[in-house]
Design a protein around this ligand. Structure first.
Ligand SMILES: [Zn+2]
Length: 208
């Protein structure tokens, strides 16, 4: 901010008549500028506008306004993160019951869960080293629960996860291959996929 000379002070006082003073502001008689009632810092700056060739007094943020903006921005980022995690969870977990497969719901009876928890805690390193985790055991030994715990813990850290099974992957893969084979046999260059619909809506769609 440039020094306030008598000439500049006269300009400030003249400009003040067109200013709207907020409830949390006051005009300081010492410099004629708007100040914050909370922190006392100026909410107006005195700057030279090079292209206008004159001094102007634009509004500026006092420290408590800067802090308020930062808090709002942090809250916005937090909210966005929560919404992203919620969206990723609904996309990544194929069934609602998987939401309850969490370390918090672990009974603590399975000693292998300590290793699984350690894997999640060191996941960034495991990822960098391309280290996976193989869960095996008889039916009912908690493999799905353990996998769900990993999925939920990583999703909670804002990491995208898709929890699926081999039959779903194979079904989708077969579907893609089928379309590819049909297209290849017909020498198609472009594939249009139509979702299944009732014959009534299909017929009504043709006439339009
Ligand atoms: Zn303030």
């Amino acid at each position: 901010m440039i020094p306030i000379t008598a000439e500049i002070r006269a300009m400030i006082d003249k400009a003040a008549s067109s200013l709207t003073v907020g409830e949390d502001e006051y005009t300081d008689p010492a410099d004629g500028l708007l100040h914050c009632r909370a922190c006392g810092h100026p909410r107006q700056a005195v700057v030279e506008a090079p292209f206008l060739n004159r001094v102007i007094f634009p509004r500026c943020a006092c420290p408590c306004e800067v802090e308020k903006r930062q808090r709002r921005e942090e809250a916005r980022i937090r909210q966005e993160r929560l919404e992203r995690i919620k969206r990723r969870r609904s996309q990544g977990l194929q069934a609602r019951y998987l939401y309850d497969y969490t370390f918090a719901n672990d009974s603590g009876e399975n000693p292998a869960m300590d290793k699984i928890r350690a894997y999640v805690e060191g996941w960034q390193t495991a990822r960098e080293r391309n280290v996976g985790l193989l869960l095996f055991g008889d039916v009912g030994t908690g493999k799905s629960f353990a996998a769900g715990c990993i999925a939920n813990a990583l999703l909670e850290q804002d990491i995208p996860v898709l929890m699926t099974n081999f039959s779903t992957i194979l079904n989708r893969l077969c579907h893609i291959i089928n379309i590819y084979v049909i297209a290849k046999n017909l020498d198609c260059r472009f594939i249009i996929k139509i979702n299944r619909c009732s014959s009534k809506s299909y017929k009504s769609g043709i006439g339009k």
